[in-house]
Design a protein around this ligand. Sequence first.
Ligand SMILES: [Zn+2]
Length: 251
Amino acid sequence: MGGRVWEIREPLKVSGVKMKLGWGGCYNFHMTPEIKTIRLPLPLRFGSVNCYLIKTDNGCILIDTGCSNSRAELESGLLGAGCEPGGLKLIVLTHGDFDHSGNAAYLRKEFGAEIAMHRDDSGMVERGDIFGGREKGPFIFKMLAPIFFRFGRSKRFRPDLYLDDGDGLAEYGLEARVLHIPGHSRGSIAVLTAGGELFSGDLVVRKNRPVRNSLIDDPAAASASIARLKRLRIDTVYPGHGRSFPAELMP
Ligand SMILES: [Zn+2]
């Protein structure tokens, strides 16, 4: 092992310290956190899903955990980045879908991390019900979901903590706050760092270009969430699927 640590590196601003407007409205210095994208294949060549590993002074935070079919790749990605059992402090799930939460229970057991997510999606991971955080699903999706996103009892879990809009992650070493952005599911959240990196989950995805997700549970809520994001000071968007993009390209 050793040697190269970050295998897939998003365009990083490694110039060190840059000045940004802090949450309190006064100017603070923020280090851009070190971000590793672990891109994992979905079952049946159904595309890929992103997990984002953020290194902080207090250990590591993982945003989303992928689907259980690619557990070995996720684990080697974590270990390759120097994130050992005990070093992973927190798992933030942007929402309850099984392509994002499929390895959370396993990582909690093996790495000791706490699992955090929004309460409104917890039914999805506690009961293995993809519609636990949704009013309804398109019929075809309802038919296909159990095939693509199997979520057996061993993968189900109860979160350790619930995150809501405005919660901070400073105690885990990351200057960031949680945004509740319903639309894709009721309990969808994003993480916005003080430096302007937005981990947006599945509200928007990047195909050839960033687009609004075609799987939307509540279109009005999704529009309001996107409108809200456009008013915020965001630099780079890290979506649940596809490559990161500048906030100006927000659909
Ligand atoms: Zn997804």
